[in-house]
Design a protein around this ligand. Structure first.
Ligand code: ADP
Length: 643
């Protein structure tokens, strides 16, 4: 077996492991089921990639998002590590290429979405492969208690039966103790080894700021700070409004949400990443897999629906370890808005059933039809056709997904790709192509490597630009090359899909059970209340509260959050006005021993003593048996005014 340090060095060029990485890797190599809890940016990928390469054979990695899957596969391939993925957005041709690699032992990693494990055929094929490690990424998705429960994650259990002796490594960045227990239970882990990295991020100051004029405050905060920033907001429309408002105030900003095309998203993300615009206003669609180290400020314009999400998003600040801020703007509308979202997320059961019926009609499925089919589903056209609000339809589809009737797959493969159908030598024998097709072919081969062995993403716009052609001509040239059998061209597509896990039911038999309705309302409501409580109370240090939520009960005070700063400000005497500090301390904390009070005032001591005496003589303070108190006549509110 290769040495893990050598594997790390030769493939990644890193000289040492980060905290806990080595422990997790050794636990897996010793054959233990392992749970790794690491904050975002902690370096989770290495903890399964290194043991997988050390063990040899194949590691199966289950991950929920196609985009994450593609990112990881691309990253590994860049390091000449052989990885493939299988997901619903791939064509039959792409899947065939992936399987060929798997059966010919030309892949060390197989990335799949959990839905795939619902297919018997897939499991039969998988059984024949030399699987050495099972990795469950974003493992909190398996838990009903987690904030992002995905029923298809429960399929992972079948892997246990298929490979009873293979260790499972589960990884997540957000797990309360309850969720961590549930992950291990749901995965059927035997005697699991658990590694929990502290979730404390010492360089981030968490601030909750009361704000009734958020646009104004946003400009104010950004004006007083420097460096890259993300502004998170819950609505797509707001992302644009915020960016426009900031630009008008002279702060370069752009916006990002899931509804933009792939090219626009790429462009904006790159502009922000490379520092051409300072601020990106985004929905929660932004951030996954974006590893920008020097984000100085993450501002939440709205309350997220859970502390898990808040922590994840705020944690995108300061990954380089330098001082950074996570600011939550809180108005008195926020709590009621968040509570209303709970109601919106759970439409009436009759409405949910109606959505089911209409979707099936829209897809032309009769009762008893549709089992395991994957059909294009134009969400906007559906809402328009039936005049239903997209919120209602989205929420209903989500619940129908949890109930196992319909899986709405919003995320689609959005880039075009090509693979050559002939080998390099046969290129010279190709004849009869139009001059445009010839030029496009030559340019593609020059710009992209690896097209003879796999599907490779291409950018038609870039090819068009470089050839000084219009993009329609390039598109047609690719179609011609495909027809001529030179290459397979898979143009980009934007329509989402609907996967039908069970044949169409009669609407009245569609069951929306208690566990996915009442029980989930209860869980979501609890999370929302924790979030509201965090945002509205300043009873204790923010980081202490966040960490306690994630099971770290004995964390110390951070001394940087708004609560700690406020406290420090109130108790630290101001050198500018020591008498005011004395009054503040006594008003906030009650009677104080004279010596202790003097210790808290700026030196020299004799000045502090004379001020105390003066306040006593003029009747502002009382002195009794070594203790100072405020005289009754003194109005405590007056001293409470913040300095
Ligand atoms: P996570 O999945 O926990 O958010 P990643 O696995 O994406 O984190 O790692 C975050 C970053 O840290 C990546 O850029 C990765 O290459 C880097 N990294 C991980 N482990 C090490 C290490 N041992 N030494 C140096 N850099 C590392």
């Amino acid at each position: 077996m290769a040495d893990i340090h050598e594997v790390l060095r030769s493939n990644w060029g890193y000289t040492s492991f980060r905290p806990l990485q080595e422990e997790i890797i050794r636990s897996v190599l010793d054959g233990h089921d392992t749970l790794g809890l690491m904050p975002t940016g902690g370096g989770k990928s290495i903890t399964f990639q290194v043991p997988a390469l050390t063990l040899g054979g194949l590691a199966v990695v289950i991950t929920p998002l196609i985009s994450l899957m593609k990112d990881q596969v691309d990253n590994l391939r860049r390091r000449h590590i052989r990885a493939v993925c299988l997901h619903s957005g791939m064509t039959a041709g792409e899947r065939r290429v992936a399987w060929e690699k798997l059966v010919n032992a030309k892949a060390q990693f197989l990335y799949i979405a959990p839905e795939r494990l619902g297919s018997e055929k897939f499991l039969m094929e998988l059984r024949r492969l030399p699987v050495k490690l099972i990795v469950v990424d974003e493992a909190h998705c398996i838990s009903q208690w987690g904030y992002d429960f995905r029923p298809s994650y429960l399929n992972i259990k079948v892997l246990r039966k298929l490979f009873p002796t293979i260790p499972v490594l589960a990884l997540t960045a957000t797990a309360t103790p309850e969720v961590a227990d549930d992950i291990m239970h749901q995965l059927g882990c035997r005697d699991p080894h658990i590694f929990r990295m502290s979730f404390a991020r010492d360089n981030i100051s968490y601030i909750c700021r009361p704000s009734e004029q958020k646009f104004h405050d946003l400009v104010h905060i950004l004006g007083r700070t420097s460096g890259s920033a993300i502004v998170y907001v819950r609505s797509r429309k707001r992302t644009r409004e915020i960016a426009e408002h900031l630009c008008a105030a002279g702060i370069p900003a752009t916006f990002y949400h899931a509804g933009l095309t792939f090219d626009v998203k790429e462009e904006r993300q790159n502009d922000w990443k490379e520092g051409r615009v300072r601020v990106i206003a985004a929905t929660n669609a932004f951030g996954m897999g974006i590893d920008k180290p020097d984000v100085r400020l993450v501002i939440h314009f709205d309350l997220p629906p859970s502390l898990e999400e808040y922590y994840q998003e705020a944690g995108r600040a300061g990954r380089d370890g330098l001082p950074s801020y996570a600011v939550l703007l809180v108005s008195h509308y926020d709590a009621p808005t968040l509570r209303r979202r709970l109601t919106e997320s759970f439409p009436d059961r009759d409405d949910i059933r109606l959505v089911y019926e209409r979707v099936c009609n829209f897809l032309h499925l009769s009762i008893g039809e549709g089992y395991d089919r994957l059909l294009e589903f134009d969400f906007d056209a559906f809402c328009r056709t039936f005049r239903m609000s997209d919120r209602l339809v989205k929420a209903s589809l989500h619940i129908l997904g949890q109930a196992g009737y319909l899986n709405f797959i919003e995320e689609t493969e959005s880039r075009s790709r090509v693979m050559m159908d002939i080998d390099r030598e046969s290129l010279y024998e190709v004849s009869g192509l139009s001059p445009d097709a010839e030029r496009v072919l030559t340019k593609t081969l020059r710009l992209y490597t690896g097209t003879f062995t796999d599907f490779v993403y291409i950018d038609e716009l870039r090819i068009a630009r470089e050839l000084d052609m219009d993009s329609r001509t390039v598109y047609e040239a690719f179609l011609e090359l495909d027809r001529a059998g030179v290459m397979t061209y898979v143009p980009r597509r934007r329509t989402p899909y609907m996967h039908i896990p069970t044949s169409r039911e009669e609407t009245r038999y569609v069951v929306i059970g208690k566990t996915i309705y009442e029980e989930r309302i209860r869980i979501m409501s609890r999370r929302i209340e924790s979030m509201i409580d965090y945002a509205s109370s300043d009873a204790s240090c923010r980081i202490k509260r966040l960490l306690a939520y994630f099971g770290e009960k004995d964390a110390g005070e951070c001394r940087k959050c708004d609560v700690c700063r406020d406290r420090k400000k109130r108790s630290a005497p101001s050198s500018a006005d020591p008498s005011r500090s004395i009054l503040t301390i006594l008003a906030d904390e009650g009677p104080q021993r004279a010596t202790a009070l003097i210790d808290r005032l700026p030196p020299p001591r004799d000045v502090a003593v004379s001020i105390l005496r003066r306040l006593h003589t003029e009747g502002t303070l009382k002195y009794d048996r070594g203790y100072y108190t405020l005289a009754e006549t003194f109005n405590a509110n007056q001293s409470n005014t913040k300095q």
